[in-house]
Design a protein around this ligand. Structure first.
Ligand SMILES: [Fe+2]
Ligand SMILES: [Fe+2]
Length: 200
């Protein structure tokens, strides 16, 4: 996807509504702490999205259900677009795209790797675990993009917010798609798989 080169236009942001006083407009101070924080969080999610391009193929390989495999493959393609959109946001801000290690995403994906190790190949139980791990990833992304969109609006960066809204919607759809796949067979099939006997 071609990156749209467009500089961020700072507009007056809208302050929260105060009862009876209508809507108040304001401009954030130049180089505000919020602007710096926003940029740091962009670096964090940029690292996370890049990291996911390495994790999603492993999840696709480990999955058994064909719909689940396809969902991981499709979301890998979307994730690559999410990276491009973040690069677009950095460029709109006049910044070089930079990644900062996201400890949370590293932890969530480590947990996903643990699930693959602890479950048997070819079982629906492994697919259940993969869905659970993937949904934790999606929820992390949903909360991050949701927060960043709000911060962009407060900073008067409406056009940056618009770019991230597209990604946020795709993360939500990915999450809902995983729920559908789980509820349409995998969870039930896993409940029919006998666990190996353990010593008492
Ligand atoms: Fe993403
Ligand atoms: Fe995602």
């Amino acid at each position: 996807m071609a990156t749209k080169k467009k500089a961020a236009v700072k507009k007056a942001a809208t302050a929260p509504k105060k009862s009876g006083s209508g809507i108040k407009e304001f401009f954030p101070v130049k180089d505000s702490m919020l602007e710096k924080f926003f940029q740091d969080e962009l670096k964090d999610i940029y690292w996370a999205e890049k990291h996911l391009t390495k994790t999603l193929p492993r999840m696709e390989k480990a999955a058994t259900n064909v719909k689940l495999k396809a969902a991981f493959k499709n979301h890998l393609a979307e994730t690559k677009v999410h990276i491009t959109r973040l690069e677009q946001v950095f460029s709109m801000l006049g910044l070089k795209a930079q990644a900062k290690k996201c400890e949370a995403m590293e932890g969530i994906t480590k947990e996903g790797s643990g699930i693959i190790e602890e479950t048997k190949t070819g079982t629906s139980t492994r697919d259940v675990g993969l869905i659970l791990a993937a949904q934790k990833v999606e929820h992390y992304e949903i909360s991050t993009y949701g927060g960043l969109i709000q911060l962009a609006k407060t900073l008067g960066l409406e056009d940056c917010a618009e770019v991230m809204v597209q990604t946020l919607n795709e993360e939500k759809l990915a999450d809902e798609g995983l729920t559908d796949i789980a509820e349409n067979g995998i969870n039930y099939q896993s409940s029919q798989e006998k666990a190996p006997a353990t010593k008492k």
